[in-house]
Each structure stands twice: as C-alpha cells, then as structure tokens.
Design a binder for this molecule. Sequence first.
Ligand SMILES: C[S@@+](CC[C@H](N)C(=O)[O-])C[C@H]1O[C@@H](n2cnc3c(N)ncnc32)[C@H](O)[C@@H]1O
Length: 444
Amino acid sequence: MKAGARLQTAIELLDEIVAQAGKPADAVISDGFRQRRFAGSKDRAAISETIYGVLRCRGQVDWWLSRSALPVDGRSRALTYAVLTSTLAEDGADIVSDFADQAEYGVTPPGPEELAWLEGIRGHGLNHPDQPVWVSANLPEWAATRFNEQFGTDWTRQAAALAAEAPVDVRINPTKADREAVAVSLAQEGIETTACALSPVGLRLARRRPLRGTRAFKDGWLEVQDEGSQLVALLTHAQPGMKVVDFCAGAGGKTLALAAGMDNKGRIVACDTSETRLNRAGERLKRAGSFIVERRVLSSARDKWVKRRSGRFDGGFDRVLVDAPCTGSGTWRRNPDQKWRLGEDDLAELTALQSEILSSAARLVAPDGRLIYATCSLLKAENEERIEAFLAERPDFFRYPIEDVWAETVGGTCPMTGGALQLTPADHDTDGFYCAVLGRKLTA
Ligand SMILES: C[S@@+](CC[C@H](N)C(=O)[O-])C[C@H]1O[C@@H](n2cnc3c(N)ncnc32)[C@H](O)[C@@H]1O
C-alpha cells in the first residue's frame, strides 16, 4: 500500500473507533484488518502507528483543529496529525500531495479548505505555547487536575509517559521453559528480547513483533503480559497446594501467572461477572497446561456463591486476588482511546464498585490468608483511598510492608517501601499498577 492508502485506512478505522464507542480500539483495529486482507504486516504496522499516534495525542490534535473550520473526525485528525508530526512522509515525499495522488485507492483528495489548513500548519509541531497545560499533557481536563493534585510538579512528566508507545513484554511459563530457553527460541525466529528490569519471569521485545506464530507461543512457553501485571501476580505469592481465588479474573492474564507460580498444584477459582471474558480464559489455560483452575461466573459483587463461602473460616482461601475494574489510567499509553471515553462520573462509579468488590472478596479470605488488591490505575481515588476505607471498616485486616512481600516473592530491590506498590510508566517503564497486600488476622 502507498502512504496515502495507508492513511485512508487509518482514517476509516479512527471513525470506526468513535462509532463503536463501547469496543476497545485494538478490537476495532483487528476487525478492520480482517476485513482488509490486502494490508500486509508493514501496512498494518504503519496504519496502527498513525491511529495510536492520533489517539495518544488527541488532546493536542483537537486543540489544533479547534482553530480550523474543519469538522473534527477521523479524516481531519489523521491529516492534521500527519502534517504536524510528518510521520507519514516517506523518502521526503510530501504527505499531503502524496495523499492527494491516491484517488485510485479510494482516497478523497483534500479540498481547498483542507489544503489551506494543512499548508497553514506545515512546519509546526504538536506543541504550541498557547495550549492549556492539560492539552499539552494530552489528558482530559478532569484527569489532569487529579494528576496535578497527586504528583505535584512531576505530573506533566507522568502524563507525558502515558502518551508514549508501550513496550511489549512476555511472561515466561516456568512450568514449561526457563527464561533463557524462551529468549533463545525467540531469537532463532528473529525476535530479540532483553530480560525485564524488575520481573524475574519477564522478557521485553526489542521491537513490536507478532508472536502467535512462534514456536514458544504455540507450545505455551510464554504469554504476552506487561511487566507490571507480572509483578502483581508474583506479589500474590500463590504457592503450590494453596487454595486461591482470582476474583476479577477477566480473560485470565493473572490466573495463568498464578497457576504457573503454583506449579499447577492446588486449586484456583477464577471468578468474573463477564462470562465472555472467562470463556476466553479457558482457551489460554488449556494452551498453558493449567488444569487446576475452575471458572465461576458471578452475578454481582454480592454473588450467592461468595455469600455461601463467607464465614467458613476453615474453608476460606489462602489468597484472594482482586484485580479490580478501574479507569485503566496506568495503561493509557497502551489503550489511549480509554482516556477520552471516561469522566469524573465514571470514576465515581468505579470507586464505589471497587469498594463493594473488595468487601465482598474479603469474605473469602481464610484467617492468616491474604487479600491482594490491585488496579492498573495511577489515581489515588482507586488505590490508596480504597484501601484506607477498607481497613477503616475491617480491623481484622492489616497491611504487609510491600518491601517484605517483594523480598519473599520477587526478590531483588523493591522500587519502594511502605504500604503498597505504585508503578508508573514514567518511573518504571511498566504499565501503571497499584498493589497492596493485606493479611487477615488469625482472630477477628
Ligand atoms: C482489570 S480487569 C481484570 C483483568 C484480569 N485479571 C487479567 O489479568 O487479565 C477487571 C475485571 O473485573 C470484572 N468485574 C467487574 N465487576 C465485577 C464484580 N462485581 N465481580 C467480579 N469481577 C468483576 C470485569 O469483568 C473485568 O474482567
């Protein structure tokens, strides 16, 4: 495909992402590529780069467009972004004239108004001194206010890291292969990796490459999983023979890691209110050879199965992981469409749900067992504030110092000390994850 035809595809998919507001951008893009089999792997990479570039920097792109008379849509956003970043100018070719020359690929050439706008912004970058700081930070205003309150003078650096491209990490499955063997196997297929800085079971790809066709993937030696997510699973410290609940298991990302850590000995109940997600977990568990997991669809945070199990001190679980639904603000570099879809109302709904889930899941924890609360968010309202509220209500629970849990589970130096771990893309180059490990006292 020529640059103009790629840009046209990016435009169409950007409009699809807006039209299918409930569907994650990556799912819309995958469907879009399935319908456009003519797009090769390099085309797909270039198209995705434009789409994600626009979504990550949508605050600034829309600010520029607010100074034009053009409608704000996929086309105006993609063209404006392409000119401001010169990302699609190949071999010095001019993107606007290249785009205009592609009529045979279904591209509508720019009209006079569009051309005048694009000529006018040529030579500028995304930044402009008149932009409000939340625009330059590419955050919605509500989130920028919270970042500012939370991170102080560091907040723009934290926000900037969310507008960068995320690396691809894989977690090795130690029940099938060690890290060295996985790295060698991938290298034989031309995929270079380095050991993750914090996770002892993680490898980071030198650059984004498809993994599904590799031998290591097909044999269940690895799972794609961000390093932060790997660390949460390790901090859960699920050991062979234990009884474990993954309360918000989703498609099983952390369940798989827990099963591997337990050497497939013991019992894991993977719960979620979404049957579709739990079904997706089934296929992954099979590939990884994790046969100790039973899946359970919950009706709500107050599900009857949870109620029946509560109060059964001797029948409680050793570990209950709550990987709570959240804004995903720690993953906005990976899922940049999400940041433009959420507002303060959503945050209020989520924090209420997080507290409800936490109280419900706590009923499953055996005395001396652990309740692990995690989110992929950077916002205190979803993290520290939820744990503080929970502990104020439940004096029978206490916090473990995170550095102690790290020493017994991850090893090496914990990046912080205190009552919880907060990873951020800016500080740790992982997705932003929060994790607090609580213990249930032996007697109430
Ligand atoms: C952050 S995602 C989990 C990701 C998953 N643990 C992983 O590692 O791939 C949060 C999950 O919570 C689920 N959820 C939402 N409300 C819930 C509830 N009341 N009880 C249990 N799970 C719930 C959502 O369906 C979603 O799959």
